[in-house]
Design a protein around this ligand. Structure first.
Ligand SMILES: Nc1ncnc2c1ncn2[C@@H]1O[C@H](COP(=O)(O)OP(=O)(O)O)[C@@H](O)[C@H]1O
Ligand SMILES: NC(=O)OP(=O)(O)O
Length: 313
């Protein structure tokens, strides 16, 4: 029987620049349409780290070059732009793949706002890497000249980091539910959602942050009453002792086991840790709910129970 599935797409599903994204989304669309063809109802979310960093950098360069013409672009607006830029390619790739297979289904990207708490301590402790990798020298220069926060990202180089508060609620949730009920393939909560918080009356104010898409996807999956949350990334399974000689791939994890492994530091912060945390949160949110972490190209096998790491009670 078909399931309702929320799919969170990681960096390798999108690539790092315009031409890479065009190519990557065609493969991504095939993996997603495989699931639709099997009768599953899918709702898609995606990351935006490289893309929002690129957009923010371009906007900042514009302001620096011509300050009399361009005012600084808030990070929340850069997130909105990244949703449009990624949604544009993803929506088209899905549309083409569905048409190629003779499946009559509309695809729509929802510019999604996600409410955060303006007092979230994450605003004082930036952790979310965005943009391209830099050398140590470049990172130190940006830190000095622009006051950016930078980190060394898992041995891969230096990156700028921004605040990443937890998602609390999805502003457009009813529209998303209505579109899913109408049979559309919906792309929502891209880049974790545009971070906003309520001010006076019904007004929402953009926050200078990038929400983690794994956490936002868990909230989305809960709020659309999904059966499964699939987090697609660059590894087929989650491991303990990852990268060490005694590495062990995991087929199944209960929330309790996951918590023990988290406590022992098996999952890297900023990469695997939020995925496992988001998976646990979803698995614990209601009876029969499970999460799956696997590779994009293994999504179909994973849903059939043949691979990936399943997190369920
Ligand atoms: N315990 C672990 N098990 C598996 N992968 C891990 C683990 N710890 C860290 N990783 C790394 O986390 C990466 C996924 O995180 P990341 O690249 O940030 O995700 P995304 O696909 O969302 O862009 C994997 O490709 C792997 O290199
Ligand atoms: N917003 C977000 O989580 O992006 P990445 O998955 O690219 O880090």
């Amino acid at each position: 029987m078909g399931k309702r599935i929320v799919i969170a797409l990681g960096g390798n599903a999108l690539g790092n620049n315009l031409p890479e994204q065009r190519i990557a989304v065609t493969q991504t669309a095939k993996a997603i349409v495989d699931l639709i063809e099997e009768g599953h109802e899918v709702i898609i979310s995606h990351g935006n780290g490289p893309q929002v960093g690129m957009i923010q950098k371009a906007m900042a360069e514009l302001t620096r070059a011509e300050p009399e013409k361009y005012i600084p672009c808030p990070l929340s607006v850069c997130v909105a732009m990244s949703q449009g830029y990624i949604g544009y390619d993803l929506q088209n790739a899905l549309r083409e793949e569905l048409l190629d297979r003779g499946i009559q289904k509309g695809v729509a990207t929802v510019l999604t706002q996600v409410e955060v708490d303006p007092t979230d301590p994450a605003f004082q402790n930036p952790t979310k890497p965005i943009g391209a990798f830099m050398t140590k020298e470049e990172a130190e220069r940006l830190k000095l000249e622009r006051g950016y926060n930078v980190i060394e990202d898992a041995g891969r180089g230096y990156r700028r980091v921004v605040a990443s508060p937890r998602p609390k609620a999805i502003v457009e949730i009813q529209s998303i539910r209505d579109m899913v009920s109408a049979g559309l393939v919906v792309v929502a909560c891209g880049g974790g959602g545009i971070p906003v918080y309520p001010t006076e009356g019904h007004q929402l104010k953009g926050a200078a942050a990038v929400i983690d898409k794994d956490f936002a996807s868990s909230v989305l999956a809960q709020q659309v009453n999904a059966d499964t949350l699939i987090i697609l990334t660059a590894v087929e399974k989650v491991a303990v002792n990852f990268g060490k000689p005694d590495q062990k791939w995991l087929d199944r994890l209960t929330p309790e086991q996951a918590r023990v492994y988290m406590g022992e530091g098996h999952f890297a912060p900023g990469s695997m840790l939020p995925k496992v945390q988001a998976a646990v949160e979803f698995a614990e949110s209601g009876p029969g709910r499970s999460a799956l972490i696997t590779l994009l190209e293994k999504a179909k096998d994973g849903v059939a129970g043949r691979t990936g790491t399943v997190i369920c009670q």
